[in-house]
Design a protein around this ligand. Structure first.
Ligand code: GLC
Length: 635
């Protein structure tokens, strides 16, 4: 294949898999009609040089270099020897995962912070709900600058959460119930309090010096920005040296180009797998390979993507190679499962990262469905479910038969999906059920986030003092420099990750039954009186029971995880319908994605209504956000 260069046209760039993903991402961000531009309009004939002239040098030369380097490296990445796929379907393809944010799930010892014993106390609840595996956000020893995503010791448990014995007990009790556990693997960075970093900083001849990115320089080494505001470089005065941190000042990036670091990380992963853990969710795993020399980021791209420098590490030159090494040396010997958190990775890149036979990741989390194009998390706007339909249709039809999507709406880094779509409480229950139906019947592996099963929504935060997340604090401080405090707070409150981090609502007693002791580390707004597990358990029409029924159905019919899908009514606004089937059974799902009634007419006689979100649903006109599931029998 010819190498792409400055004379290559946009159409040629678009024909390159990584190029297609990058142009797709830019179009999403700017809300531009992608196919129209790159397949039909005369713009597709523009060369990179031409584009540069046309935009008056808006993109730096470095940008084109970085782009071409990503594309050409990717094109060279040859197929790895395929391992013959096993005949049996791997467990995670038909499983339903449940993500626990341990700090806010259940507090057994009364200190206001959730803990491992609290999780153990709720295992029967989770088993009854029907989940197959848990993903725990980090429980390792940490100074908690970013709530555990800043690890001080990979082989110790955070004191507030309990002990290693509690951890062993959790694994044992899960396995006893036929459930599995995946942990969070944060290996793009460590805490600055990690022994490796401490040693590296203290002694320039330490073997750990090269575990991180240090630079001697009279000024900040480059223009990369941190995801949590400001520069990505921290100056250590005493040592007169700069250290790289893509996240908070206390989350120092690891240098994966160092083979010794990779070996240590691999050893640590194996240590946990030996303990019986079943796999890992790998935190920002696509950021581990940084472009050599850490070149300046392009300012235009930085402004567009919100972070400067990102083109040099979101799909770095050795990403595939390092993942392959970790996979073959740590995961495969234990038959362990991996799901990567991969912000910015598009479908074509995803096909490589998760392609069968390539031996890198089993699945990954793509994030492009979480905001309607043209919006970012901190915009206060209403999400359009028609976008979710088009996004899902695209992935369902093009990701490929071997690749399995990780399906999720909520997690600890995002406001609650229900609130993004429709803050009016009138629609809360029907909408929670509609979202459950889509997530649990599309093809893929669903990841529920704690509280989703009862329809938890955003918090009514009224003051910055209620927020706990470092990302929210830093953003608030920055915005206050240029706008009135009230406006800054409104913006932060629209997208704060804390919406998802308030205590799980177990019952209607104080603090929602999350703790019997002190005030929780973060407080909710009292919504537990409207929405809690205890009340929903005794109400067969509840959101909780809707989830339970769907999970039961999935267990009975593996086709929901691995069977085929055929999406119909693609062009019709607000109507999302599809068939799920294998050689034996056929199901039909229909959803009204809007509030307006939607006429669908009579359904064929061989469709039997199984469940829906209205007691009198399934008529010829779908009500607001109505969804129904039918079993289709042979005529
Ligand atoms: C991931 C985590 C997020 C954390 C960040 C840095 O995105 O999900 O919570 O702040 O990585 O580790």
């Amino acid at each position: 294949m010819n190498k792409l260069n400055q004379k290559s046209t946009l159409a040629e760039i678009y024909a390159n898999p990584a190029g297609k993903d990058i142009l797709h991402k830019i179009c999403l961000q700017l809300n531009l009609p992608e196919k129209m531009i790159f397949e039909k309009s005369p713009a597709k004939k523009l060369t990179l040089d031409g584009l540069n002239k046309l935009t008056g040098g808006k993109f730096s030369e470095g940008f084109f270099e970085a782009l071409l380097s990503i594309l050409n490296t990717d094109a060279q990445d040859t197929k790895r020897e395929a391992v013959l796929p096993k005949k049996e379907i791997p467990w995670w393809k038909t499983a339903v995962f449940y993500q626990i944010y341990p700090r806010s799930f259940c507090d057994a010892d009364g200190d206001g912070i959730g803990d491992l014993k609290g999780i153990i106390n709720k295992l029967d609840y989770l088993k009854d709900l029907g989940v197959d595996a848990l993903w725990l956000s980090p429980v390792y020893d940490s100074p908690n600058d970013d709530n555990g995503y800043d690890i001080r010791d990979y082989k110790a448990v955070m004191q507030e959460f309990g002990t290693m014995e509690d951890m062993d007990e959790l694994i044992r009790q899960l396995h006893e119930r036929g459930m599995r556990l995946i942990m969070d693997l944060v290996i793009n960075h460590t805490s600055d309090e990690h022994e490796w970093f401490q040693k590296a900083l203290a002694d320039e001849n330490s073997p750990y010096r090269d575990y991180y990115f240090f630079q001697k320089s009279s000024e900040v080494p480059n223009n990369w920005s941190s995801f949590f505001e400001g520069s990505a470089w921290r100056y250590f005065e005493e040592q007169d040296i700069w250290g790289l941190h893509l996240f908070s000042k206390k989350q120092m990036d690891l240098n994966w180009d160092n083979p010794a670091l990779r070996n240590d990380v691999i050893g640590m992963i194996r240590w946990w797998l030996e303990k019986g853990v079943d796999g890992f969710r790998m935190d920002v795993i696509n950021y581990i390979s940084k472009r050599e020399g850490l070149p300046m980021g392009d300012e235009t791209i930085g402004a567009m993507m919100e972070y400067t420098g990102i083109e040099h590490y979101f799909y770095g030159p050795h990403l595939h190679e390092y993942l392959h090494q970790v996979r073959t040396q740590a995961f495969e010997p234990f038959g362990a499962f991996s799901v990567g958190e991969t912000p910015g990775i598009g479908m074509e890149m995803a096909k490589k990262l998760t392609g069968q036979g390539r031996r890198e990741l089993d699945m990954l989390f793509n994030f492009d469905h979480l905001e309607t194009p043209g919006h970012v998390r901190f915009d206060d706007y209403r999400y359009d479910l028609n976008y979710l339909k088009s996004y899902m249709t695209d992935w369902m039809e093009h990701y490929g038969p071997d690749c399995q999507m990780a399906l999720f709406w909520d997690n600890h880094d995002n406001p609650r999906m229900i609130s993004k779509i429709e803050p009016d409480p009138k629609w809360r229950v029907v909408l929670a059920k509609l979202l459950a139906m889509i997530q649990l019947t599309l093809k893929g592996t669903p990841f529920l986030f704690q509280g989703q099963e009862i329809g938890m929504i955003n918090q009514n935060f009224t003051s910055p003092s209620q927020l706990r997340d470092i990302e929210s604090w830093n953003l608030y401080e920055k915005l206050c420099r240029t706008m009135p405090a009230a406006e800054a707070f409104a913006k932060v409150a629209a997208g704060s990750r804390d919406h998802a981090r308030t205590p799980m609502q177990w019952d209607n007693t104080a603090f929602g039954g999350f703790t019997q002791g002190k005030n929780p580390w973060i407080e909710g707004d009292g919504d537990y009186v409207n929405c809690n597990v205890e009340e929903q358990i005794s109400d067969p029409d509840s959101v909780l029971w809707f989830h339970r029924e769907l999970l039961q159905l999935r267990r009975q019919y593996p086709l929901f995880g691995t069977g085929k899908i055929k999406i119909t009514n693609k062009e019709r606004k607000n109507l999302f319908t599809y068939y799920r089937y294998d050689g034996k059974d056929v199901f039909y799902v229909e959803c009204n994605l809007g509030r307006k009634p939607l006429y669908v007419g009579k359904r064929p006689k061989n469709m039997v209504h199984i469940m829906g979100n209205y007691a009198d649903g399934g008529g010829q006109t779908l009500k607001a956000y109505e969804t129904n599931l039918y079993r289709v029998s042979k005529k």
